[in-house]
Design a protein around this ligand. Structure first.
Ligand code: AQP
Length: 336
């Protein structure tokens, strides 16, 4: 099996996604579309980061369904489980095990500065759990186990990669060379998609207002309805303006989906109102997502085939993770 995994000429990339809800158009345009594009150029490891999802309370049956659904969706998007390592994080126990070694080499103050902890603890004041505080260490373990050269990062993820690099550098300095220090990879294309109801916030799958996000698996009618209701302004001119984040967000989405530039879009909709533009964005997004949904519906039906793929994916991942983990254990002084 090892021969299948190691592709000596390709640089290694690692990326994860949380199954904390239905994956959104934001996840697609900001991350997943690039995952599909990266698989030819890089040796890719992709994980469904299910352990991270429980930093926020999840309903067990829904979580299980979301994990299946997220894995199936990666395949439906065209991610090839033969060419890449595609697995479910909790199937490889070395993530949580390495996380402990790293936790003992991470400072409390470093974690306290993480903006996502501050955001999520404000959002869920009834459940400010220790996992929510320390999840960046688990994220560092997710990354460092696979020794990737690059980790794709959106603007909202930079801090996580920085902390992983800091922890790895410190560990290597204390115990000797174990971890590769990963570099950020800024994809050539990648849009930051904002909430359709509050364009000051990013589109998030855990947003309680279902009109704020478009799921990749939403029906055409739902997608069009959500775009029709998108918050804009009263100027009614399809022009990109920093001070009008609602219409600008719709232009960004339309541009990411069609490949047209902002100028081309402004020209196309000159003299037309927001109603026409919202309908065009909704229809185009729905038509782009429809074939993905169709493939997904096929894949999710065959649970046996899915199980075989994620089991094989976990075996490939474990082969790599185990080596890194035991090297770290040995360096720290454990008896192996
Ligand atoms: N709105 C977005 N625009 C562009 N990119 C986005 N990503 C997420 N939302 C947007 C990118 O998707 C990848 C996977 O993210 P994740 O699901 O692991 O976690 P997240 O960033 O916390 O995504 P959500 O949807 O906001 O999840 P919840 O609501 O559970 O916290 C990342 O590369 C991210 O940049």
């Amino acid at each position: 099996m090892s021969e299948q995994i190691i592709q000596p000429n390709k640089k290694k990339v690692l990326s994860c996604i949380q199954p904390s809800g239905m994956l959104t158009l934001g996840n697609y345009l900001g991350a997943l579309k690039n995952w599909v594009a990266m698989q030819d150029e890089f040796d890719c490891t992709f994980a469904v980061a299910d352990l991270h999802a429980i930093t926020v309370r999840q309903e067990p049956a829904a979580l299980r369904q979301q994990i299946y659904s997220t894995y199936a969706l990666l395949l439906a998007l065209g991610i090839d489980p033969e060419k890449n390592t595609v697995f479910i994080q909790s199937h490889v126990p070395f993530h949580t095990q390495l996380s402990w070694l790293l936790s003992c080499n991470t400072q409390f103050g470093e974690m306290a500065r993480m903006t996502q902890f501050k955001d999520k603890s404000q959002k869920h004041p009834e459940n400010v759990n220790v996992g929510l505080f320390s999840y960046p260490v688990l994220m560092a373990a997710d990354i460092l186990l696979y020794k990737p050269d690059f980790v794709p990062v959106g603007a909202d993820q930079k801090q996580h990669l920085e902390i992983a690099r800091d922890i790895a550098t410190r560990f290597n300095n204390i115990y000797g060379d174990v971890f590769t220090i990963p570099e950020p990879y800024i994809p050539k294309t990648g849009a930051r998609v904002m909430s359709l109801q509050d364009p000051a916030k990013k589109m998030s799958k855990s947003d309680e207002n279902a009109n704020a996000w478009v799921a990749i698996l939403d029906s055409k009618d739902d997608i069009i309805r959500k775009f029709k209701r998108a918050v804009t302004d009263s100027e009614a001119a399809v022009r990109f303006r920093e001070e009008q984040p609602g219409i600008s967000n719709l232009i960004t989405i339309y541009s990411a989906v069609t490949g047209k530039t902002t100028e081309e879009i402004e020209k196309e909709f000159e003299g037309k109102g927001y109603g026409d533009f919202k309908l065009a964005v909704g229809e185009t997004v729905a038509d782009t997502l429809a074939p993905i949904k169709q493939r997904y519906d096929e894949i999710i039906k065959d649970k046996k085939a899915l199980e075989q793929l994620y089991t094989e994916g976990a075996m490939k991942a474990e082969y790599v993770a185990k080596k890194t983990y035991f090297k770290a254990m040995k360096k720290v002084g454990f008896v192996l």
